[in-house]
Design a protein around this ligand. Structure first.
Ligand SMILES: [Ca+2]
Ligand SMILES: [Ca+2]
Ligand SMILES: [Ca+2]
Ligand SMILES: [Ca+2]
Length: 519
């Protein structure tokens, strides 16, 4: 056995004790800097003071809440505590978790996205009462500090939460931009206030796949915003632009998410609980605009619900632009000069998004390439499901051009065209389809995805056909279920091997079956 030298042992013990986390329990809603934070002493620990105390050591600390209802911050009518912030709170300089769910009476959300909404009950509200455009809770100069913020209602700040960091900071179970109940906008005026602003290369997670992590990010200008390159950010399970029920809007006045360049950004996901709900965002749910040769490499938008509630029946919309209703906007706008390299929907279970009630196009691909849109479903959108264009705004349906040499969003990939109908069986029909893209103008194999149309939109994905380069520009026969024509309209996209998905092509079956297949 090796003996440990006493001096070394003492050093180990010191090091160990230095990493023990302290817990500071906020016991007053005062905005004064009360930082003694002794558990046995009342009224000696404010949020401002607790952050100051936590910053004083490099420990990974925790701030909890236990404010009595005799405190001046107590709001009897709503049984919660309101902290009026009259000047900027200290920046968070060391690893810290602030957990509003520790205040007695608060309850974490238990509703999954499939059930819709949130039943979280928050008890701690932070509101900016200064005349200044200050941030709410913000990281500081120590980019390695890991910050977790949970269970707080925050409003009236410039950015309710601002992360400038290299650490995987999280925001979980917060209400940003609404009142404590999550049913009303906190901001009556037209302030340019954002929910979360992100900067730096931290692998931030806003929300998460657990129900308790779901945030409500509504009634703001932008819900989540960044102007610089992000890496590996995940935005999961949030309600963005809705109220707490998920069945009504407290819209954001600009976008739900507005980002510049981002790599491996994940909005939603195929995991249970990962999908976000975006509704009521005036200028659209997601606006991604960047520059460079590859703008959003590895980025995926998966499993989200846009413009409606879980029943898919309520018109909640995105991109309606109520301030200028003659200029409605897409639900998702992508604008960049080169390759976007982005996947919206996909082949794996849970990857498809549902787009409904968009003010304009559901998905607008402006100028950039390699944006695949696979297996998503669409209903009641006022513009095209997919609109490719060569500028920052949509231009409606593009005609196919011979050989597909035109360029623009997703290379203005030509849509599939039905050139013939073959054998009709009891349950199936053979359809001949052609994609007129010369191998010089698209990457093969090209896949064609077939959807059952309903009210002229792609309601249900049916199947995929792959066209190898040897069969380029030649008719291909595919056997489809007759149910593809339940609403008499077959819808199709073509996607080349680089992920350039076309607009939707349509084939009306009414003429073909005019002899009695209709009921
Ligand atoms: Ca105390
Ligand atoms: Ca177009
Ligand atoms: Ca074309
Ligand atoms: Ca083209």
């Amino acid at each position: 056995m090796n003996a440990i030298a006493p001096t070394l042992l003492a050093g180990l013990l010191l090091n160990t004790s230095a990493t023990w986390a302290a817990t500071f329990t906020v016991d007053t809603g005062s905005d004064a800097s009360l930082s003694a934070c002794m558990d046995a002493v009342a009224d000696d620990c404010s949020l401002r003071g607790a952050i100051t105390a936590a910053n004083a050591t490099p420990d990974s600390d925790r701030i909890e809440f236990d404010i009595p209802d005799t405190d001046a911050s107590y709001q009897a009518s709503t049984a919660h505590w309101r902290i009026d912030v009259s000047s900027a709170l200290p920046l968070i300089e060391q690893s810290l978790e602030i957990d509003g769910y520790t205040q007695p009476g608060s309850v974490e959300n238990t509703l999954t996205p499939e059930l819709g909404g949130s039943n979280a009950v928050l008890k701690i509200e932070l509101q900016n009462v200064s005349a200044l455009s200050i941030d709410g809770l913000s990281s500081g100069n120590n980019f390695n500090a890991l910050i977790v913020l949970r269970g707080l209602a925050i409003h009236h700040f410039a950015n309710q939460i601002a992360y400038f960091s290299s650490a995987p900071n999280r925001v979980e179970g917060c209400f940003l931009g609404t009142d404590i109940s999550g049913t009303l906008a906190a901001n009556a005026g037209n302030h340019s206030q954002n929910g979360v602003r992100l900067l730096g290369n931290g692998n931030f997670v806003i929300g998460g796949t657990s129900a308790a992590a779901r945030n409500l990010i509504s009634g703001l200008y932008n819900g989540i915003v960044s102007y610089q390159t992000l890496s590996n950010v995940r935005i999961e399970g949030n309600l963005i632009g809705s109220d707490i029920s998920g069945t009504a809007t407290i819209g954001n006045r600009s976008n739900g998410i507005s980002f510049g360049n981002a790599q491996n950004l994940r909005i939603g996901g195929s995991d249970s609980g990962a999908g976000n709900q975006f509704v009521g965002n005036a200028l659209g749910a997601i606006y991604l605009s960047g520059s460079g040769s590859s703008v959003f490499p590895g980025t995926r938008v998966l499993g989200n619900l846009f413009g409606t509630d879980i029943s898919h029946s309520i018109d909640l919309g995105n991109g309606r632009n109520p301030g200028s209703p003659s200029q409605p906007q897409p639900t998702i706008t992508l604008f960049a000069g080169n390759a976007c390299d982005l996947q919206i929907g996909g082949d794996l279970p849970g990857e498809a998004n549902h787009f409904a009630y968009s003010g304009a196009a559901a998905l607008m691909v402006g100028a950039c390439r390699n944006v695949s849109a696979l297996r998503n479903t669409f209903a009641a959108n006022r513009g095209l499901a997919i609109d490719l264009s060569n500028s920052s705004s949509g231009d409606g349906a593009n005609a196919n051009d011979p050989n597909d040499a035109d360029e623009g969003g997703n290379r203005l990939q030509n849509t599939p065209v039905v050139v013939g109908v073959g054998a009709i069986d009891t349950n199936t029909v053979d359809v001949e389809v052609l994609v007129d893209s010369a191998p010089a103008n698209a990457s093969y194999p090209i896949r064609v995805d077939f959807y059952r149309g309903e009210n002229f939109q792609a309601a249900e994905w049916l199947q995929t056909l792959s066209i190898p380069v040897a069969q380029a520009q030649l008719p291909q026969t595919v056997t489809l279920p007759l149910s593809a024509f339940d609403d008499q309209l077959l819808l199709m996209t073509a996607t080349d091997a680089n992920g350039n998905t076309s607009e939707f092509g349509a084939f009306g079956i009414g003429d073909v079956f005019a002899d009695g297949f209709e009921d």
